[in-house]
Design a protein around this ligand. Structure first.
Ligand code: C2E
Ligand code: CA
Ligand code: CA
Ligand code: CA
Length: 275
């Protein structure tokens, strides 16, 4: 039993060693990702439930590693946050998404994910201002998505950053609402324009009573606070029908469209189709 215990310990030691090595390699390679042009953006439509029309897109970053292929942002964003590299990656994302949206004939909105590390960087509001100026994108077409993790770390700094960004005319959405450090007081303290209900609550919302109760409660909250609600991760028509019945304003998910390179959505961005 003693040997067995040691064996298990050794196994964990090796596993951890491998994970650490992996993380360092990833961090090392990520330093080159921006300059070597390995990053790209895919776009996922956001739809107004009542009209069925696409009102905008969320930009999601992709990294094509020369040897390892496509690496998920869920894997490399945390590594980039720890090393501070997220500042460079985030600036690249912001600039490219705004450049792209400024080219569309249809004046759709463009949503961008902003990491807590970016939001807390003192120069972030100025960077947003600079990129809007540089790309000529109308500020009210840009929406930044922040999670509650970004807010709890340093409340006063986050609040000041959000206020400066909002003063430019840019919109702010709370992402992944209902998960993590969710606190209702954040809704009162921060100047949000939209709530994005996390996809975990939308999955089977039509058949899972608990999910349904939570989504209805969030919709009630949105109504009372005058905040539109977007449901994430809609995959099935039954989920959409539930949301329609519960009077949810907008939705996003594979049912409407996968995150794709923007040329796939050409008809929408050029305004030659209504959806
Ligand atoms: P998120 O902001 O919550 O983005 C939604 C994620 O759900 C995306 O994963 C999207 O591809 C996926 N998704 C969309 N519709 C559906 C659906 O119907 N079903 C399912 N199962 N999934 C769906 P992705 O692109 O892998 O991104 C994962 C996370 O990485 C994002 O979660 C976001 O937190 C982060 N991320 C992505 N791009 C960026 C970025 O440019 N900057 C920062 N800071 N974070 C990013
Ligand atoms: Ca998001
Ligand atoms: Ca989300
Ligand atoms: Ca998420």
């Amino acid at each position: 039993a003693k040997d067995e215990g040691r064996g298990i310990y050794k196994f964990f030691e090796m596993e951890m060693g491998a994970q650490l090595r992996d993380r360092r390699l990833l961090e090392h390679d990520a330093r080159h990702a921006v300059v070597r042009n390995e990053l790209s953006l895919v776009y996922q439509p956001q739809v107004d439930i009542k009209s069925g029309e696409v009102t905008g897109f969320e930009a999601l970053v992709r990294w094509d590693h020369p040897e390892r292929g496509r690496i998920s942002p869920a894997e490399f964003i945390p590594v980039a946050e720890d090393s501070g590299l997220i500042l460079q990656i985030g600036e690249w994302v912001l600039r490219h998404a705004c450049q792209q949206a400024a080219k569309w004939q249809n004046p759709l909105s463009i949503a961008i994910n902003v990491s807590p590390v970016q939001l807390h960087a003192p120069q972030f509001p100025a960077l947003v201002c600079e990129i809007l100026f540089e790309t000529g994108l109308a500020p009210n077409r840009l929406e930044i998505e922040v999670t509650e993790t970004a807010l709890v770390k340093n409340m006063s700094r986050a609040l000041s950053a959000l206020r400066q960004i909002k003063a430019l005319g840019v919109k702010v959405a709370m992402d992944d609402f209902g998960t993590g450090y969710s606190s209702l007081s954040n809704l009162r303290a921060f100047p949000f324009d939209k709530l994005k209900v996390d996809q975990s609550f939308i999955k089977s919302v039509d058949s899972n009573g608990q999910s349904a109760a939570i989504v209805q409660a969030v919709l009630g909250l949105g109504k009372g606070l005058n905040l539109p609600v977007l449901a994430e991760g809609v995959e099935r028509p039954e989920e959409l029908e539930f949301l329609r019945g519960a009077v949810c304003q907008s939705a996003q998910g594979y049912w409407f469209g996968r995150p794709q390179t923007i040329d796939v959505y050409e008809a929408i961005t050029s305004g030659t189709t209504t959806n």
